[in-house]
Design a binder for this molecule. Structure first.
Ligand SMILES: [Zn+2]
Length: 92
């Protein structure tokens, strides 16, 4: 994770690169988790498990989302939950 504060994103090349990295990470995680969710649903695997990074930087929203959901359930929270979310969906 970058140490650049969000206010610095637009004021330097390092800030822009940190922003680009953040956007790319969010995109890749979102894509990966979407594939997992669709695969689990189409293969009738039943459930997916929301897993956080499990460290002291996990936010309250992600900690509350941790658990098992039916793959096609409307109760499954949107993932990533926020920018720089490090959570992933796993097939248990
Ligand atoms: Zn998260």
């Amino acid at each position: 994770m970058s140490s650049i504060e969000s206010d610095d994103f637009w004021s330097s090349l390092d800030g822009l690169m940190a922003r680009a990295e953040l956007v790319a990470q969010s995109f890749v995680w979102g894509l990966w988790n979407g594939i997992t969710q669709v695969f689990a649903g189409e293969q009738d695997l039943g459930c997916v498990e929301w897993v956080t990074a499990g460290d002291d930087q996990v936010c309250e929203v992600c900690a509350d989302n941790e658990g098992t959901y039916l793959a096609n359930s409307p109760d499954l929270p949107e993932i990533p939950a926020h920018c720089n979310c490090r959570c992933e969906l796993l097939i248990p």
